[in-house]
Design a binder for this molecule. Sequence first.
Ligand SMILES: Nc1ncnc2c1ncn2[C@@H]1O[C@H](COP(=O)(O)OP(=O)(O)O)[C@@H](O)[C@H]1O
Ligand SMILES: [Mg+2]
Length: 463
Amino acid sequence: MASSLKQQLLLWLLVPMLVIAPVAAALQYWLVISPAKQEFDHQLGDLAIAIASFLKVEGSNFHFNMTGETEHLLRTDQLDTEFFLVLAPNGKVLAGDAALDTPEDKIAVGEMRFVDRKINGRLLRMAVYAVACGENPCQVRMAETLIKRNRVHAQALITTLLSILVLGVTTTGVMLVAVRHGLKPLQDIRAQLADRSLDDLRALELPHAPSELQPLITTLNQLFKRQAEASTLQKTFLADAAHQLRTPLTALQTESELSLLEPHPESLHPTLERIHQSASRAAKLANQLLVIARTDPDGQSMAQFSRVNLKDIGAEAANEWSSRAYAAGVDLGFQLETACVNGQAILLQELLSNLIHNSIEHAGKYTRVTIKTHVTESGAVLEVEDDGPGIKEHERQQVLQRFFRGAHAQGYGSGLGLAIVSDIVRIHGARLILTTPGSGSGLLVRVAFMRDFSRARQDRQFH
Ligand SMILES: Nc1ncnc2c1ncn2[C@@H]1O[C@H](COP(=O)(O)OP(=O)(O)O)[C@@H](O)[C@H]1O
Ligand SMILES: [Mg+2]
């Protein structure tokens, strides 16, 4: 599986957080709990000292005297049950709850010690305090149940968990947003490259991309530049080669046509016929290659663009194709209305020529082919419609690729016609639509030009 930069960043950020969070939680819990615990012990200790003050010592005699009211006061607590015990130096119970008489270490006079004890099945916190009773100390013990303390524990736990949860969720959210934001420039690069045609080798324009990405963008742009140079060289070579081939091939085509008209032995006729067909095909191919080499996909040379009336292009095609269509048994009709576009006349002629040629060739005998030009709300339209077999839906994308010929293609084509049409359409910023005519059968090729294409082109030129 391809590793994702986003996943890696999140992993590097979240895993340490997963380790740090429990440590931070434990620390926070301890920081809340420990002062509260000290405070409760302190209060318990104070009570033990208060009880000790009721121990009267005179020389080696001592006695403990506390009124019932005072005892009641000392035992009063809203939540916990309080216990106390006063022990003479010999271990005799002087007052209080005998249950607290657990074996405890001896402690020095004035010393206070806190211990946890389980007495009668109940957990108690006990303060043990020693006061002087003659030579040996008496012990005062003050104990209480843990309800207050447990409450504070529970509250601290809830607070800690809540704060960790809020912190965790917000931090994770912020990290997700930050990582997405940080990776956005990569998305921008992708967006600029994703919809590009193979011929579009313009430099990437991302002036606000972070400095870390600039070297990558520069390298890509250098690559595009080299590729564009190579592609220009290749096109020049292709144009030169096609041009060089076209002249002798056209001559061969004419010569073979003439020799067919001259008296010749019957046995030679099929051979001459084949030579003529091959020469025609090769001449057409050379011509198409020349057009491909000359079409400038970036449409950079504004000079070649001018105001062209599609009606004139249609009229010229009528001149060129009428007799050939008639010879092929095709009923070629024209419905031409003025429709002006900003375009390259030679290329538009080539486009229409290819479409008419296709209709005559692939639709076949006894079909009707109609060429229409008109203007709609969104711009000028050129249409070529025939009532032949049409192109199946699943082949409509493929037929636009170079050298692709349909399963039932007729004639000696090379599969370049519609690819050239598609290139020319793109140069004009128009849309090419292959569809079935309203009659339900045949092929309708529509080239829809954009109304403000010339302005769009100029904007691109000057910015
Ligand atoms: N008018 C049409 N009617 C039916 N099929 C067509 C038509 N025009 C083109 N096609 C199909 O599209 C394919 C590609 O056309 P094209 O690129 O002009 O190549 P070629 O004509 O050299 O075969 C053809 O081989 C044919 O199958
Ligand atoms: Mg063709």
